[in-house]
Ligand binder design. Structure first.
Ligand SMILES: O=P(O)(O)O[C@H]1O[C@H](CO)[C@@H](O)[C@H]1O
Ligand SMILES: Nc1nc2[nH]cnc2c(=O)[nH]1
Length: 318
């Protein structure tokens, strides 16, 4: 008999997906957006499964971007849950995203790390991309650090810079899509959500303080992130347009997670690691690629771990 997955549908063939051979299978199994798929009770089941498997009761969560998953290996007394073992969870299919929920202690403070996230271009609807944030909320998370790898569009940015996100442009929202599209779940938050203070000023100031103490201010910037659907990197014309719009860094994630986190009342701090410079010039043969993204993330790994540790300590002491 075929294994049974969410709501009695056939479960995705995780091994086929991991080997890159299952894209059609993924498309067919994850794109349903009926209310039934995101019933509160199913999210409670995911949350309860994770709580039952660990003694940790964190209030702070971290979403690890491309190549940034080794943050999770810093956790002590770790409990790890591969996504395919968590009821109702999607699976990660992108290189540099391990696909595990990890709970443990970071400098003695309980935290929960998503080692690998979900992207719209993997075939997931936005509500599913961000559904782990709701599970986190049900587990007691009140503050979240969202990280990503991004292309630096601001000419002053260099590879290896860390951009604290002060605002975003929600391109999917312009096109009529949102992780909050559909029936509103009042138990999480209101139908209409304000986003002008989405990136918490107090957390940003505390992160600046942490960066100062670590001598990282030379590489810390503050700017505007845009999420595009991907998986294509941008054309020169697209980047020139985004530049006119005031975008500093370009990526394919984060915005749906931040919307859902704000919807359920979490405080958000987010940063982009600039892993490549956006190419806004036709006279070059340079081409962005995912290998350079991972390489740049690896090169900045040590500083990022120290920074996140310090930020978490300050968040916990608040
Ligand atoms: O945003 P994260 O997950 O860090 O990854 C970024 O890097 C990948 C492209 O190289 C895309 O997935 C983009 O969104
Ligand atoms: N869209 C987009 N995502 C990225 N992720 C890492 N670098 C980039 C980039 O240049 N563009």
């Amino acid at each position: 008999m075929a294994p049974t997955g969410i709501n009695g549908r056939e479960a995705p063939d995780v091994q086929a997906l991991a080997s890159g051979g299952g894209f059609m299978c993924l498309e067919q199994t994850v794109t349903g957006t009926s209310d039934h798929d995101f019933r509160y009770e199913l999210l409670e089941e995911s949350a309860q499964f994770l709580l039952d498997g660990t003694k940790h009761r964190p209030n702070i969560a971290i979403i690890c971007g491309s190549g940034l998953g080794s943050l999770a290996t810093e956790l002590e007394e770790r409990d790890e849950f591969p996504y395919e073992t968590v009821p109702h969870f999607p699976v990660s299919t992108v290189t540099g995203h391990a696909g595990k929920m990890v709970l443990g202690l970071l400098s003695g403070i309980p935290v929960m790390c998503m080692q690998g996230r979900f992207h719209a271009y993997e075939g997931y609807p936005l509500w599913k991309v961000s559904m782990p944030v709701r599970v986190m909320k049900l587990m007691g998370i009140e503050q979240i650090i969202v990280t990503n790898a991004a292309g630096g569009l601001n000419e002053k940015y260099n590879v290896g810079d860390i951009m604290f996100i002060k605002d975003h442009i929600n391109m999917q929202g312009f096109a009529g899509d949102s992780p909050l599209r559909g029936r509103n779940e009042e138990r999480f938050g209101p139908r209409f959500l304000c986003m002008n203070n989405a990136y918490d000023k107090e957390l940003r100031s505390l992160a600046r303080e942490a960066a100062q103490q670590l001598g990282l201010m030379d590489i810390v910037k503050e700017g505007v992130y845009v999420m595009l659907g991907g998986p294509t990197y941008e054309t020169v014309a697209e980047l020139r347009l985004l530049s006119i719009l005031g975008v500093d860094a370009v990526g394919m994630s984060t915005v749906p997670e931040v919307i859902v986190a704000r919807h359920c009342g979490m405080k958000v701090f987010a940063f982009s690691l600039i892993t490549n410079k956006c190419i806004t010039d036709y006279e070059t043969d340079l081409e962005p690629n995912h290998a350079e993204v991972i390489e740049a993330a690896n090169a900045r790994q040590k500083d990022l771990k120290e920074l996140v540790k310090k930020i978490v300590s300050k968040m916990a002491a608040k």
